[in-house]
Ligand binder design. Structure first.
Ligand code: SF4
Ligand code: SF4
Length: 170
């Protein structure tokens, strides 16, 4: 029986695609395959004051809810990289409680079909030294610096000089 799921607050999803890209890199998925896909609807007018314009990030049958990461106590990579912070991972019961608190949310319980059909899922690339998440920050002076996207146990800090803080993984 499934125990965990993903809660998406699609009211604030911006269709940035960070979840799609980070999932694809984390799982080394080839062209044509994704662990999560974007769907959109709108904009179209509901009435004089309101527009329907929604983006939905939906896990595919390749979503294993980042089993390797969550087994190590880390959040799924899509949760980590969601720029709008609208994806929550956790036990289904806890997510259902969050679901009661506001509308425009979706509770998704992905099932990794290939694992069911073919056995254990094995990541295809070495994740011990290439898990680097950075974004580009442009300061008021026009100087571009790299900075860690969000804190993650395996991501160090980066500046224009390169990596400056050692990997914090215990
Ligand atoms: S939980 Fe992991 S496998 Fe599932 S969509 Fe998010 S990044 Fe992809
Ligand atoms: S990363 Fe977050 S905000 Fe961006 S498309 Fe995915 S769910 Fe939406």
């Amino acid at each position: 029986m499934p125990t965990h799921g993903l809660l998406f607050d699609y009211e604030f999803c911006t269709n940035c695609g960070a979840c799609v890209a980070s999932c694809k890199v984390e799982h080394n998925l080839p062209n044509g395959q994704n662990g999560i896909t974007m769907f959109g609807d709108g904009p179209w007018k509901v009435d004089e004051e309101y527009w329907n314009y929604n983006w939905y990030a939906l896990p595919t049958d390749l979503c294993d809810m980042c089993a390797d990461r969550t087994a190590a106590g880390r959040e799924p990579i899509c949760v980590h990289h969601c720029l709008a912070n609208v994806i929550t991972y956790g036990p289904i019961d806890e997510l259902a409680e969050l679901l009661k608190k506001k509308g425009k949310q979706m509770l998704v319980v992905p099932t990794y079909k290939p694992r069911t059909a073919y056995g254990e899922f094995v990541h295809k690339h070495n994740k011990t030294d290439d898990h680097v998440a950075v974004h580009l920050e442009v300061s008021g002076t026009g100087t571009a610096e790299f900075g860690a996207h969000r804190h993650d146990g395996r991501v160090g800090e980066y500046t224009s000089e390169g990596a400056t803080i050692e990997d914090e993984q215990a």
